[in-house]
Design a binder for this molecule. Sequence first.
Ligand SMILES: [Zn+2]
Ligand SMILES: [Zn+2]
Length: 244
Amino acid sequence: VSKKQTKKSFDARKSQLAIDFLQQLDAQITHGKIAELTQSTGGVKIVWSNTLKTTAGRANWKRETVVPKHTGDSANVDVKQYRHHSSIELSEKVIDDELRLLNVIAHEFCHLANFMINGIRDNPHGKEFKVWAAKCSQMYGSQGINVTTKHTYEIDFKYVWTCTACGCEYKRHSKSIDPKRHRCGACKALLEQTKPTPRQTPTSQLSEYQLFVKEQMKVVKSEHPNSPQKEIMRIIAERWAKVK
Ligand SMILES: [Zn+2]
Ligand SMILES: [Zn+2]
């Protein structure tokens, strides 16, 4: 089966996969509570987004306070009721296989549980989140699911350029960087394409200064672990001036 066919079959199944897995998570991890809380607003909406490109998913949640109708029974007046509006946005671009999809859904599900069940509004990856995350990882770990507090689902960029001096990586979905025209944003050194087809700039083509920077970068960084890149480059330039 070609990669293209796999992607096509995934695209055809992904909407249903997302819905099914979210339901499963709610049933097994939160005992149906998410469905219950969002029943009056039609459940958690799953929205596939074309504009979400730098992150794989995002959980949105809003709580609306419902003013109970006065029915003459004054005992209930002080009981606040809420209507939970929630959705999970999923990136069409970033999520390109089933395992990533399930991992993203599990992560965003933990955000919703954190918001809706724990009522946490200001600490998205706090201890309550971690409890849900651990439950998910434990229950679905054998399926390759691991919920962490980071949003680092490896994004499969087609192109990567690496700075020849500081090693900064520039990832793009299209071939939008031209190493002849573009330089490293951090240190202004040359960039080289490292994905696809690592086209190494032969060492002989690097200038003496670039070689010096390459050599000194690690040393200076370890000597000044808290200095910004700009400062590191200044120190290296200073050393270069001395050895030259
Ligand atoms: Zn998160
Ligand atoms: Zn650089």
